[in-house]
Structure formats: structure tokens, C-alpha cells
Design a protein around this ligand. Structure first.
Ligand code: NAP
Length: 246
């Protein structure tokens, strides 16, 4: 069994997940960098962690695939004997107005963002209950609180993540396991890079701090919720949004 805390970060090949993996490794965790398609980027994240003296491995798994998640977490538990931290970060968008949204685009976003989060929690909860400890941190979004035109599928998935987080928090609290969500506003990653310049400018205007956040802003908050210091915080949704949702 590893002396270090074992942390699984889903979707850690890019963007916010990459920043979370780096931050948890800096804080001394052995990080399992999960990815779906970007193997080279996942390898780069592992190298960055190793260059800083940390420890990490990469593992492919599509979080939307229940059986694949079962196999993924079985392997992790067999290899390391425990899971201390699970960060459900993997997420996608497929934006359109609801009258034009295909049923497949609605379903795929729910499958990755909401069912993927369930699939991973389902696999770690028994192990964490045995350990009588654990930290689960789920990536929601401010649009899961406020809604957003053109993102009915995404906002529904993130509202679902918030309900899932609170339910899991209630189920697991008495065994020393916390479950919290972070709700980022607009953060500079590939996901928001896809927005047009005019949408980006208009969006930045709506943020009291007048600027997009950085992946590191989210990573610091996640690392805190994953730490021993956050042991009495559960079922919460922490907005990291430059004041957007207040
Ligand atoms: P991103 O840059 O698009 O990266 C998405 C990550 O998720 C990639 O590592 C990708 O891996 C992984 N992923 C996608 N589908 C997956 C699947 N089926 N199984 C496993 N991994 C999968 O996104 P991001 O902006 O960093 O967002 C990270 C999280 O924060 C998401 O949950 C997102 O909804 C949330 N969030 C982001 C913002 C923002 O402004 N950026 C705001 C609020 C919430 P591969 O490349 O290997 O496929």
C-alpha cells in the first residue's frame, strides 16, 4: 500500500483536471491521471509531475462507460490498496439552443458529466466506507445553478452533479467521507477557447472581476477540499467564478 495519499483525477490530460493533478501531486499525493483520448497530453502531465519530484501514473478510461469504470477502479484498488481522493473532473459540452439540440447531444453530455460522476463515485464508495475516510470532489458549474441559454444539456448535467454531491455527502458523512462540489465560472481552457471573441468579451463584462479564471484558481480550491484541513466541510458547492453567481 502506498504511503502517499492516492488521488484519482478524471479528465486530467488537459485544462482544469491537469491543474488539479499537478496541485495534488505538489501536496504529496500519488496521482492517477485519467484520460479518455489524449494519451500524449496525459503523458506530458505525468512528466511535469515527475519533473517536480512527484509521483503519477496515467490510466485510460471513458467515465461514461460503467463497466470500464468498474475495471479501472478495481485495478487502482488492487495496485495501491486504497483511494483517498476522487476528483470527478471529466466533462464535455455540446451547446445548442434546446429547439435545435439533438437527443444524442443531450444524452452524451448527461452520460459523461452526470453518469460519469455517478459511475466513479459508485466504484470508490465501498472502498472509502471500508477505509472510513475519503474525499470526493465533483466539478459542477455556475450554470448548474443559474442555467444558461444554449447549454440546457450541460446545465442539467451540472445541476444533477450538485444534487448527486449533496446526496452522497449525506450517505457517507457518518463514516468520515466528505463530498463537495466546486462550481467554476468561466475558466481559460480548451472548453472556453471554443467561444467566439465577442461572446468572450460579453461574458467577461458580466463577471464582477471582469476576467476569466485560470485552471490553477480551481485547482487550489479542490486541493483544499481534498486536504485534512477540510475534514468538517461536506455537501457544499463552492463557486470559483470571480463573483459571477452571487
Ligand atoms: P477541457 O479542457 O475540455 O478538458 C476536458 C477533460 O475531460 C479532458 O482531459 C478530457 O480527456 C476529459 N474527458 C472528456 N470526456 C471524457 C470521458 N468520457 N472520460 C474521461 N475523460 C474525459 O475541460 P475543462 O475546461 O478543463 O473542464 C474540466 C471540468 O470543469 C469539466 O467538468 C467542466 O464541465 C468543468 N467546468 C469548466 C469550466 C470552464 O470554464 N472551463 C467552467 C465550469 C465547469 P481527453 O482529452 O483525454 O478526452
Amino acid at each position: 500500500m502506498s504511503d502517499k495519499k492516492v488521488a484519482v483525477v478524471t479528465g486530467a490530460s488537459r485544462g482544469i483536471g491537469k491543474a488539479i493533478a499537478l496541485e495534488l501531486a505538489r501536496n504529496g499525493a500519488l496521482v492517477i491521471i485519467n484520460y479518455n483520448g489524449s494519451v500524449e497530453k496525459a503523458e506530458q502531465v505525468r512528466s511535469l509531475i515527475e519533473d517536480e519530484g512527484g509521483e503519477a501514473v496515467i490510466e485510460q478510461c471513458n467515465v461514461a462507460d460503467y463497466e470500464a469504470c468498474e475495471e479501472f477502479f478495481r485495478t487502482v484498488i488492487k495496485r495501491y490498496g486504497k483511494i483517498d481522493i476522487l476528483v470527478n473532473n471529466a466533462g464535455i459540452t455540446k451547446d445548442d439552443l434546446v429547439m435545435r439540440m439533438s437527443k444524442d447531444d443531450f444524452a452524451q453530455v448527461i452520460d459523461v458529466n452526470l453518469k460519469g460522476t455517478f459511475n466513479c463515485i459508485r466504484q470508490v464508495s465501498r472502498q472509502m466506507l471500508k477505509q472510513r475516510s475519503g474525499r470526493i470532489i465533483n466539478l459542477a458549474s455556475v450554470v448548474g445553478i443559474s442555467g444558461n441559454a444554449g447549454q440546457a444539456n450541460y446545465a442539467a448535467s451540472k445541476a444533477g452533479v450538485i444534487g448527486l454531491t449533496k446526496s452522497v455527502a449525506k450517505e457517507l458523512a457518518s463514516r468520515g467521507i466528505t463530498a463537495n462540489a466546486v462550481a467554476p465560472g468561466f475558466i481559460e481552457t480548451d472548453m472556453t477557447e471554443a467561444l467566439s471573441e465577442s461572446v468572450k468579451e460579453h461574458t467577461a463584462e458580466m463577471i464582477p472581476m471582469k476576467t476569466f479564471g485560470r485552471p490553477e484558481d480551481v485547482a487550489k480550491a479542490v486541493a483544499f477540499l481534498a486536504s485534512d484541513e477540510a475534514g468538517y466541510i461536506t455537501g457544499q458547492v463552492l463557486c470559483i467564478d470571480g463573483g459571477m453567481a452571487m
